[in-house]
Ligand binder design. Structure first.
Ligand SMILES: *Cc1c(COP(=O)(O)O)cnc(C)c1O
Length: 375
């Protein structure tokens, strides 16, 4: 059996090496390393995939969030509602722009922001809700969009972990993650479901004016070279990365299926274990399983992690310290106990290896090891 890893980017590359190498060689041949034609070609292909009008590539998923908030012209003091159980990037850009992150509790089963907790967080200063489609499954967008509409708020979907997920509204309409709100943001960090071979990111929107502005902000606030109409940043997707992504986008659905096959295997093998909760599927959203995340109760999570480590089975904790208890994001009066669900999740979650290249014997070994731990 091959060594088990959290993400096997090497084998994944080997399977499409011919196409990738050719795409890279083409960029090298023309040497248009910045804003080569592959960048726009990839943007158009991703827009088609997501059935959205505009895709604006940028340097990474964190920048995408920042560019979105710059384009929507939030001012210091404005409040942005986001889940407290998320990756730091979501809160980071809010704080960086002088805005106030307003942490909100999540649903203990789907791990996504709990819409029932949003309304009470809204004040006259609130400008936006930033749902994060965590671990690969869409947040409850129908409820979130209704709250946003009622309160005249923007919705910025952090889709870094859920590109390709499909949400079904109660009237039967289906939409891809990142295309339902005002702006969607995503990341092509190598381990994401659609990953490049370095850093990369993108913004998605249906609004043509906003698209133009996002594009300008990502490029020093200029439409015409050396004419800077607004303050921007330097955030580009490299041509090489765009060329790689253009190849890999053709495999995204296959990758999502492979991840779902792994999840289904774990689901089946890990059923009815006392003290272990498998990931719960939302009724409205498909799951692209960026992570397969268990909850382990009775204070046994760390013990399980060590047990697996001894068998050379890696696992990860996303995330071990809730944002409201992080030194950089602590606020007076928001102490331990402020977000009990998220605090419990930080102590209970554990993500198992899941990627596109897992073999049946690896999966069986992982599942049997977990069963043994609980026996
Ligand atoms: C990965 C990730 C980001 C940031 O993406 P980068 O490309 O690493 O900047 C933002 N939000 C979430 C939820 C992520 O998982």
């Amino acid at each position: 059996m091959d060594k088990i890893v959290m993400v096997d980017l090497h084998t994944q590359y080997q399977r499409i090496k011919g196409e990738i190498d050719e795409a890279i060689q083409q960029v090298l041949n023309t040497s248009a390393f910045i804003q080569g034609p592959q960048v726009q070609q990839f943007a158009e292909a991703l827009a088609t995939y997501n059935d959205v009008d505009f895709v604006i590539p940028c340097a990474n998923g964190t920048d995408a969030l920042q560019i979105a908030m710059m384009a929507l012209e939030y001012k210091p003091g404005d409040e942005i509602v986001l889940p407290v159980h998320t990756y730091v990037a979501t809160a980071e850009v809010i704080a960086l722009l002088g805005l106030t992150p307003v942490f909100t509790e999540v649903d203990p089963d789907t791990f996504n922001i709990d819409p029932n907790q949003i309304q009470e967080k809204i004040t006259p200063c609130t400008r936006a809700i930033v749902p994060v489609h965590l671990y690969g499954q869409c947040a409850d967008m129908e409820a979130i969009l209704a709250i946003a509409k009622r309160n005249n708020l923007d919705v910025i979907e952090d889709t870094a972990q859920a590109l390709g997920a499909i949400y079904t509204f109660s009237d039967g309409r289906k939409m891809r993650a990142g295309t339902m709100g005002t702006i969607g943001t995503t990341s092509f960090f190598p381990s994401k479901n659609l990953g490049c071979y370095g850093d990369g990111g993108a913004l998605l929107t249906r609004d043509s004016k906003l698209a133009e502005k996002l594009k300008m902000i990502a490029n020093h606030g200029q439409r015409i070279k050396y004419h800077h109409d607004i303050i921007g940043i330097n955030s580009r997707l490299d041509t090489l990365q765009a060329a790689i992504l253009r190849v890999k986008l053709n495999y995204l659905d296959e990758y999502i299926s492979a991840r779902n096959a792994v999840a289904n295997f774990y689901d089946q093998k890990l059923s009815s274990i006392e003290g272990l909760q498998r990931p719960q599927r939302s009724r409205q959203s498909t799951h692209v399983f960026h992570q397969y995340t268990l909850r382990i109760s009775n204070n046994r999570r760390d013990e399980l992690k060590t047990f697996l480590e001894k068998r050379e089975i890696p696992s990860m904790i996303y995330y071990p310290v809730p944002l409201h208890l992080q030194k950089a994001y602590r606020r007076k009066g928001v102490e331990e106990g402020a977000f009990p669900i998220t605090e419990t999740l930080s102590a209970e979650v554990i993500s198992l290896p899941i990627h596109t290249e897992m073999s049946e014997d690896q999966l069986l070994f992982i599942a049997n090891s977990i069963k043994e731990f609980f026996n």
